[in-house]
Design a protein around this ligand. Structure first.
Ligand SMILES: [Zn+2]
Length: 482
């Protein structure tokens, strides 16, 4: 059986998910057929074993590598490892190692990302929601086409992949920031240009010239680190979701930049995308004339279309009517309406403001996200997206979780001594091991106060042999004498 044909922008991973889902066979058997290993790991965007997999497709291994994985992106920004990364014969472990993912200071946990609007459109157009390559680019948190935040779907340790692992539909669509949208578009354009031009050279040394063009260097040619870092920090804040570990932790993190610019260290491709994006941004705002004329006229078209869309909506036409009029999908009309704050009939949305309030209220109370999801009839991915969109809520929930654990463990210790009034510390340590050690590490004062007084070590009177010898010797003497 062949692996199903690729849909536009579909990852190879996604095709393999469809392959095992359609085969109706066990995952292990399919993996064995595909790559000769029942327990092989299929990476969502650094898919390996391409020589083997390509036997089940009409494409060459090199084509799969270039078009359906993010390997071109990594090999571009990690020129030192280019050869290994582009080697279609290697397996997953070797590839992930070559991509340096574990050595970078910051990296995203592995998730599958999808755009809820794309998922709906894909179902409508091709009958299945699938995983898009451009959505998986690390550090891209928005859909370049629809301007909504992508939703991260967690993957279980090692088990990257199973039958019917498709993006869910009817999920929350949250409008992203304009900057996040532009960044997503930039990252996708960059990725496409790398794909199309395998010999595109990457030279971090070139950054210095660009930076000086943009006024980020002093007269003597030194980089204005503080200004540059502040600019990068502010972008990273706006384009990444609050819990994304790729976010820059502080505007004063000068180390972040030195490793990026001097090119002696390998850094995460996201950092290069971020810096290059910043350079294009200042270019646009400072020298609008330099902007390429062809894309300018395209921008104008886009703006015109948007204006017409807004006019029609404001005149009270329904979304379907407006969509027909301007020749765009309902999703496009919705996105425009949201961006311009035009109230539209959002009936198909499950996620209304009042629902968001409910989620936020439950989340503040510390209710588990899957319980909230079940109670309100939405997916836990939606709940997560709403929670992370509310400032401070994630931190609050972490605190609640820790507090609740502390209370539970304290209670466990207190109950133990209630039922064992004569128990000693050692018993508690053995009987309530987890509680004891957690409190010992996190709340030692409380533990000290509530444990019974440590037993005094019993004093054993030592025999003073010299004294006894003296006494006995007198007795022996008197016995002998008598
Ligand atoms: Zn989309």
């Amino acid at each position: 059986m062949q692996v199903p044909k690729a849909q536009p922008d579909e990852t190879l991973f996604s095709r393999i998910v469809r392959y095992i889902s359609l085969s109706g066979l066990q995952k292990e058997r399919c993996l064995n057929t595909l790559v000769g290993n029942r327990r092989a790991v299929i990476h969502p965007y650094l898919t390996a074993d391409l020589d083997l997999i390509s036997r089940f497709t009409n494409e060459s291994a090199n084509y799969l590598c270039r078009e359906q994985t993010l390997r071109p992106l990594f090999s571009h920004f990690l020129p030192k490892y280019r050869e290994i990364i582009n080697d279609c014969s290697i397996g997953t472990n070797e590839l992930v190692r070559a991509c340096q993912l574990s050595t970078f200071r910051e990296h995203e946990p592995l998730t599958l990302k999808y755009c809820p609007v794309c998922a709906e459109e894909d179902i409508y157009n091709v009958g299945v929601a699938y995983w898009h390559c451009s959505h998986q680019i690390p550090g891209v948190d928005a859909c370049s086409e629809h301007g909504v935040w992508l939703i991260h779907q967690e993957l279980h340790e090692r088990e990257h992949f199973r039958s019917y692992l498709f993006p869910p539909t009817c999920d929350v669509k949250v409008q992203c920031s304009d900057l996040a949208w532009s960044f997503a578009q930039y990252a996708e354009r960059k990725f496409r240009s790398i794909q199309d031009n395998a010999y595109l050279q990457f030279k971090p040394s070139g950054y210095k010239n660009h930076l000086s063009d943009k006024g980020f260097t002093t007269f003597t040619g030194r980089i204005k680190r503080i200004e540059l870092m502040a600019a990068l920090y502010s972008i990273s804040e706006k384009i990444l979701l609050p819990d994304n570990p790729l976010r820059i932790t502080s505007a004063q993190d000068l180390k972040y930049m030195s490793s990026l610019i001097d090119g002696t260290y390998q850094v995460h491709p996201f950092k290069h995308l971020l810096l290059e994006f910043l350079l294009t941004q200042t270019q646009l705002s400072e020298n609008p004339d330099e902007h390429v004329s062809t894309s300018r006229s395209k921008d104008d078209d886009v703006k015109e279309l948007e204006t017409r869309c807004c006019d029609l909506l404001l005149n009270g036409y329904s979304m379907a009517q407006v969509g027909r009029d301007i020749g765009k999908s309902r999703c496009y009309v919705k996105a425009v309406a949201l961006r311009h704050h035009i109230p539209v009939n959002l009936k198909p949305y499950k996620i209304t403001d009042s629902l968001k309030d409910k989620v936020s209220r439950l989340a503040y109370k510390g209710v588990h996200r899957s319980t909230i999801a079940l109670q309100l009839g939405i997916s836990s991915g939606s709940v997560e997206a709403i929670i992370s969109s509310i400032e401070g809520l994630v931190e609050w929930r972490k605190k609640c979780k820790a507090d609740s654990k502390r209370r539970r463990y304290q209670c466990q210790i207190l109950r133990y001594f209630e039922s064992h009034p004569k128990g000693i510390r050692k018993n508690a340590k053995e009987e309530c091991e987890a509680a004891f050690f957690w409190l010992y590490l996190h709340n030692p004062e409380w533990l000290e106060q509530h444990l019974p007084v440590p037993q005094k070590t019993q004093h054993v009177d030592r025999v003073d042999w010299e004294k006894r010898d003296n006494e006995l010797s007198k007795k022996v003497c008197s016995i002998i004498e008598s």
